[in-house]
Write a protein that binds this ligand. Structure first.
Ligand code: NOJ
Length: 727
């Protein structure tokens, strides 16, 4: 037996039932002090973990109580939502996803972990890998977008950044795959709502990132708040036992979401807390976050033989196993001087690097960007988000410090120096402000400038948990502001900071360029200024589809063909409909009558200061045997005037399946930096197991048959080849 197993089994033999149940309980800290009640519970061995305590002195003190004053001296897991940074705030995860850069994401997570660990935290509730195709959902900000493949690749990188190589390395902390599963599909994008997801869809779309994180060794899973097909995830035995444990063989532990066990009663699954504790523990939730149904009822459920002591022992040993892996039994204390300073120069530099790669250039009419300092005498900077160090941080930034933030206004001033005049007007007090009091001065500022940089979007409070929107246009009078400014006849460069895709179609005629920066975090300003003034080319690509109109949601690139798919000709303008039209006269295809069926911006889209041309797609064989691989190559040339990074993407389509298959599926991507005129050969390898999907019988299978394959700079690429999978 390994040392770990010996230690755990010795502890289990010595533990009382109260102490075992204690390990399965996570309590909320008292935010900066040790309450007598918490201290007493820790002393009695009734606490396995504490959430939401970030004062190092308090954490060291509660660890001291656990280690020296509880009977068995078991240290605590200290959990915290470190979602996109700790003190140094990186772009929101959806923004990071737009970088398609696993390496940078891993570095950022590593820095977040080191900063958090220096304050005594040893467990983060991240990454969130809920696939979401509904930008109304506020938590879309927290995930990696709509695609299971991209999400999995980036989430694994983030997890490795937190956990490092099996917790070896300064500042490694445990991470958590959440929210298992389907939470991103909540009805109408309203947080916590019901999800109804067919099993094949669960397995083919929502589960893959979780499965990949489980295989890659993520320390913990969090069960979702949401009701999954009638059985809320935190009491779902099929999900947590049959799939996670039996089918996937997952060894880490499962924590509930905040009070999600007690909420089983509110869902109407159980009559009372005792039954909620039963359903959750029996399903396989190992630790209860904050509510206390386990503390109150597990003993009785064991006495009544409804739960076995083996079930409890398995849960406890999984929790102890993580404490061992984190080295907490050797030392539970944190010495801040062992760690680099918070938000130090290196951390801030990385924060800037990742913004440089996460901004997506969506419009650049007549190549108005990059701006050239030589041709400018004055620049207007307008907008409620142009100089707000807090709002640029985004959601989930409990520990972030806006004092470190550098805003767009600061950075633009810094970039242009004294020779160019900056005319700054806020225009609106916040993004929801409907007053037009400052429109006149904003207009004056633009009229006396050569160009206007207008920074609009959403304040951070408009996205994140429980912050969903039914209308995802620019809030307040921002649209009116843009229209007012566009009448000045100066180039309008719109910089958007937001936690989700916004519906921006109606303002496109009024702007000349659109740089989508998500909530960029601490170093948003300097990176955005570098992009605007051409020190660096934008290279981000959308990790989520942008709808034209809300009514198109859910809209995503990997949808399926209907029996009557829409085509370019299907678009009917409402005004073209005759006074009286026969029922079938408008054609019969899967479109809305009042908007084009295509999105405003598709998944994978993003412009650059380079221009990229793809050619010569070919495969190294026409047929690939099941169990083998195939190579797909193409060339990409930068035909533009400026050097830039291009993210090249590989998509496939399985033409006929035992269940219908998406019209495109991302299967690979790579980033290349290309000088003007430079051509690069792209080579992607796919193994037939990458083509597998869960069929009608819920069996993971690669089916023989014809596949289309595409390479390009966006999901709409037309550069296509084909190959056949044979037995
Ligand atoms: C509720 C959220 O759903 C979850 O993501 C978070 O980790 C917990 N609260 C803890 O704060």
């Amino acid at each position: 037996m390994s040392d770990k197993k010996v230690r755990i089994s010795e502890l289990l033999q010595q533990m009382t039932l109260t102490e075992k149940i204690g390990q399965m309980s996570q309590l909320s800290g008292n935010y900066g002090k040790v309450s007598e009640e918490l201290a007493a519970k820790i002393r009695r061995g009734q606490v396995g973990s504490v959430i939401n305590e970030v004062s190092l002195d308090v954490i060291n003190e509660i660890q001291r109580i656990a280690v020296t004053e509880s009977r068995l001296g078991i240290p605590l897991l200290i959990g915290r939502d470190v979602i996109h940074g700790f003190k140094t705030i990186f772009p929101i995860p959806l923004g990071q996803a737009a970088s398609w850069n696993p390496t940078l994401i891993q570095h950022a997570a590593h820095i977040s972990a080191v900063e958090a660990a220096s304050c005594g935290i040893n467990w983060t509730f991240s990454p969130m890998v809920d696939i979401s195709r509904d930008p109304r959902w506020g938590r879309v900000a927290e995930g990696f977008g709509e695609d299971p493949y991209l999400c999995s690749e980036l989430a694994i990188a983030m997890m490795q950044g937190y956990q490092q190589d099996n917790f070896n390395g300064l500042g490694a902390i445990a991470s958590c795959a959440k929210h298992f599963v389907g939470y991103g599909a909540s009805e109408s994008g309203r947080d916590y709502c019901t999800t109804n997801i067919p099993e094949s869809e669960l397995r083919n779309t929502y589960m893959p990132p979780f499965k990949k994180l489980a295989d890659a060794g993520i320390a913990s899973f969090m069960s979702s708040f949401s009701d999954l097909n009638g059985i809320p995830a935190s009491g779902n035995e099929w999900l947590l036992k049959d799939i996670l444990r039996k089918e996937w063989g997952y060894q880490g532990f499962v924590v509930s979401d905040w009070e999600s066990i007690a909420q089983l009663q509110i869902h109407g699954l159980t009559e009372n807390d005792k039954e909620s504790a039963y359903e959750a523990a029996n399903a396989g939730v190992d630790m209860e976050m904050v509510s206390n149904t386990y503390e109150k009822h597990l003993r009785e459920l064991i006495t009544e033989n409804r739960l076995s002591i083996q079930q409890i022992d398995s849960a406890v040993s999984r929790i102890l196993s993580l404490k061992h892996d984190l080295g907490l039994f050797d030392s539970a204390y944190t010495k801040q001087s062992d760690y680099p300073a918070l938000a130090n120069g290196h951390h801030l530099k990385l924060a800037k690097d990742i913004v440089l790669e996460s901004c997506v250039l969506l419009e650049n009419k007549r190549q108005v960007l990059p701006l050239s300092l030589d041709s400018l005498n004055s620049v207007a900077v307008i907008g409620p988000l142009a100089d707000d160090g807090y709002e640029q941080l985004g959601t989930w930034i409990f520990d972030g410090d806006p004092d470190y933030s550098v805003t767009c206004l600061d950075a633009i001033k810094n970039e242009v120096g004294d020779s160019i005049k900056i005319n700054y007007v806020k225009g609106l007090q916040n993004t929801r402000d409907c007053s037009q009091d400052e429109f006149h001065s904003a207009k004056e500022a633009v009229l006396s400038s050569d160009v206007a940089i207008v920074v609009l979007g959403e304040e951070s409070i408009l996205s994140g948990e429980a912050h969903c929107r039914a209308d995802i246009g620019l809030p307040g009078a921002q649209e009116a502001l843009i229209k007012t400014l566009s009448s000045c006849g100066r180039p309008i460069i719109l910089v958007v900071m937001a936690g989700r895709p916004l519906t921006l179609e109606s303002i496109l005629p009024d702007i000349d360029a659109l740089l989508y920066c998500w909530h960029p975090g601490t170093m948003g300003g300097p990176a955005i200024a570098d992009l605007l003034f051409g020190k660096h080319s934008p290279s981000g690509k959308l990790p989520i589809t942008f709808p034209r109109k809300i009514g198109q949601i859910p809209i995503y690139y990997s949808q399926k063909h209907s029996g009557k798919p829409a085509t370019e000709d299907s678009f009917i303008h409402m005004n073209d409909i005759p006074q009286r039209a026969e029922q079938t006269s408008l054609g019969m295809s899967a479109t809305h009558l009042d908007t084009h069926f295509s999105p405003l911006y598709p998944f994978g889209y993003g412009l650059s200061y380079g221009e990229f041309e793809y050619r010569d797609i070919t495969t190294n064989k026409q047929q690939v045997r099941i169990g083998e691989g195939i190579e797909i190559t193409a060339t990409v040339t930068n035909t533009g005037q400026l050097a830039a990074v291009e993210i090249s993407q590989l998509y496939i389509r399985d033409l006929v399946g035992n269940i219908t298959r998406p019209i495109k599926e991302l299967k690979g991507f790579q980033r290349n930096f290309l000088q003007p005129g430079e051509t690069r050969k792209l080579c992607f390898s796919i193994h037939t197991k990458d083509l597998a999907f869960y069929n009608r019988k819920m069996k993971l299978t690669t089916e023989p048959g014809l596949f289309h394959v595409w390479i390009g700079g966006c999901s709409t690429t037309k550069l296509q080849a084909e190959f056949e999978v044979v037995k």
